[in-house]
Ligand binder design. Sequence first.
Ligand SMILES: [Zn+2]
Length: 231
Amino acid sequence: MSDEERDKPLFYHFWCIKGDKESIIVDTGIDPEHKDGIIDYESPVTLLEQIGVNAKKIEKVIITHLHQNHFSGIYLYQNADFYIQEEDFRSQAKRIAERRFMRERALLPPMLQEDLKDISCMQRVRYVAGEEKIINGVTCHLVGGHTPGMQVVSVETENGIAVICSDLAYLFRNITEETPVGSFWDLHQACEGLHKVKQIASDEKLLFPSHDPLVWDGRFPLVNQRIAKLA
Ligand SMILES: [Zn+2]
């Protein structure tokens, strides 16, 4: 996203891949404790119920990267393993351990430290290294850029291979113009990532950004006001 658009409202999306045998969640959605400042908040558990998915029965949650609005809802999935790029997990943990001042500057919220410790203690983190198939038709791909271990998720759909780009692209515009988001760890990787997802997806229309209000402009069928069927 360019800085000039920072004053526009953001949408916080997360994704459910509904399969024949199981559903996989990509990013957790924001948990109720972190909803402050979000207008029209609805719990991820309630949203999933509305498409017939029980959060408690989910066994696999892919976390694209360790920014709080993408993983703060880990507690909502009591029986899930969390698939995170090892690079992202280690680099975030290392940064917290080594650079306490970052917390003080509010760049990393204190909760992140606790959350990382908790999921680690629960032995429910499954490290992903680079490219890895989670189940048939669902693959994680390391792209980096936005964070050291940022990953995107490709999904075989009826319409072809789609890619959940998460924060590789906040907006559709980041994809179409191949313009990286303003927040990045490695600019070169961020540019490469945008190129890479276009190679993976069957069609550019099957690339999905994380925060774009245009998801709700009628281009996708809506299940209800808060749930869109992307592919
Ligand atoms: Zn992010």
